[in-house]
Design a protein around this ligand. Structure first.
Ligand code: PFF
Length: 457
């Protein structure tokens, strides 16, 4: 290992990094969260704002996160401290890393519960429980699952054990091989589902719904809709909390950050749009409501699997692959904390992962109980699961993103960023410079200020 390497290991090849970072980005955010959030805000207008956020805010911030990670080669907390001190700035920049750890905890606590739903559905598909199911039946099946706290706890526990097992062994190891096979498989299966939607669903209506923006849908809730689209972009691209930063810290110097970012963000967006194209044809063909909320895919996909030839096989495979996508995302949520515990408190990876996993597991119990026994407990009008989801995707991740943009654009010397990005002073670099210095911080800042009520449009 050379002095320029991370003590936590390095990706063996450029492809390994792309696979791991796409594994982090592609997950429940694309397939579970994107369709129901788009459905809540009426489709096309939301999708358009979402894509704009990915291109104008997500891409430059992802480049900045990878760049900072690779320059720091440590956990986000120590990377930010070291880079700030190299520029003669306050160590307070490490707070960005701490905020990321908090966001990671909160996200993983509910993410694991939803991954648990996926496991439950894997078995429902395998045992033929979807056969001939209609909208009402699928709705009942879903309510039955989320009302059953013990079952949810069992799945949540199994998922957290799966996450801790991988993180304890080190993410630069076996992750790569599994992602290489299973990600393309998920992709192919999504395409099959879109094909089913074309044939058996109301595909035309779904396309119109998703791709013909109707801003009338935003009437009276434009601020909220834009905040959600932006939050969805941060969540889906794994930005703003250090997950991509730590993966960047294991990346070799000779790999182009801009190209890698384009591939990762492009794939992530494609998967989200495919998920929308798979789900909405079924929604419309069966008269279901696009704004059904977090249960949307669990109330629609079973109808398709229950109807298509080979349904139990495709259904099981789909939920297995979705579980896998969730797993590779969850791993990246725990990694920044584990790296810090190893660096600063000399924990072994095993001890660090178990400690982090246990904390998340406890928080997750509050989330799963908020679906049933604690359904009356509300903070700011939301149960724990909804609250953690809102707070992280819509507030903490964008806030982290603004700070990353400000650091990369205003604090880090221009010579350092152009050196690390290896783009010289060409047009592409200058474009990134404008986006990271002005466009991203100002746009995210305005949306956030509007959300907390400081600025009301
Ligand atoms: N990007 C993941 C998804 O779309 O499912 C979720 C996620 C992972 C969010 C890692 C944030 C993060 F740091």
């Amino acid at each position: 290992m050379s002095a320029a390497d991370s003590i936590h290991g390095m990706w063996s090849t450029r492809l390994a990094f792309i696979l791991a970072a796409s594994g982090s980005a592609v997950g429940l955010g694309n397939i579970w969260r994107f369709p129901y959030t788009a459905g809540e805000y009426g489709g096309g207008a939301f999708v358009l704002v979402y894509v704009l956020c990915v291109v104008l805010i997500g891409v430059p911030i992802m480049m900045a996160e990878i760049m900072l990670g690779r320059r720091g080669r440590r956990s986000p907390i120590n990377t930010m401290r070291a880079l700030a001190s190299a520029e003669g700035r306050s160590p307070a920049w490490q707070l960005l890393g701490w905020m990321g750890i908090l966001a990671g905890f909160l996200i993983l606590s509910f993410y694991s519960v939803i991954a648990g739903w996926t496991m439950g559905y894997m078995f429902r598909a395998a045992t033929g429980m979807f056969t001939g199911i209609d909208g009402a039946g699928a709705g009942e099946m879903f309510s039955g699952l989320i009302g059953d706290a013990e079952r949810l706890l069992a799945w949540h526990t199994i998922f957290m054990i799966m996450v801790v097992l991988v993180v304890a062994r080190g993410v630069a190891g076996g992750l790569e091989k599994a992602v290489r096979v299973l990600m393309p498989a998920l992709f192919v299966l999504l395409v099959v589902m879109v094909g089913y939607g074309m044939q058996a669903g109301d595909f035309d209506k779904a396309v119109t719904y998703l791709f013909e923006p109707d801003f009338a849908e935003f009437q009276g809730k434009a601020g909220e809709a834009i905040l959600s689209a932006m939050g969805q972009a941060f969540f889906s691209l794994s930005l703003g909390m250090g997950a991509i930063m730590i993966y960047g810290s294991y990346l070799k110097r000779d790999s182009s950050i801009a190209q890698n970012t384009m591939i990762i963000a492009g794939l992530d967006t494609l998967v989200a749009l495919l998920a929308g194209l798979a789900i909405f044809p079924i929604v419309f063909a069966h008269g279901l409501a696009p704004d059904s909320g977090p249960g949307l895919i669990f109330q629609t996909l079973p109808i398709a699997f229950g109807d298509m030839p080979g349904g139990p096989f495709f259904g099981t495979l789909f939920f297995v692959l979705l579980l896998f996508a969730a797993w590779t995302s969850a791993i990246s949520l725990l990694e920044p904390l584990v790296a810090w515990l190893v660096e600063n408190l000399s924990f072994s990876r095993v001890r660090a992962s178990v400690l982090g996993g246990l904390t998340v597991w406890l928080l997750g119990i509050a989330c799963l109980l908020s679906l049933n026994a604690w359904s009356e407990v509300k903070i700011f009008g939301k149960g724990f699961l909804d609250l953690f989801d809102f707070l992280t995707a819509n507030i903490l991740l964008p806030l982290g993103g603004v700070l990353i943009a400000v650091f990369a654009g205003w604090i880090l010397a221009r010579s350092s960023s152009s050196d690390e990005l290896q783009m010289g002073e060409g047009l592409a670099y200058r474009l990134w410079w404008v986006l990271i210095r002005y466009v991203a911080p100002i746009a995210v800042g305005i949306v956030l200020l509007n959300a907390v009520g400081v600025l009301k449009w």
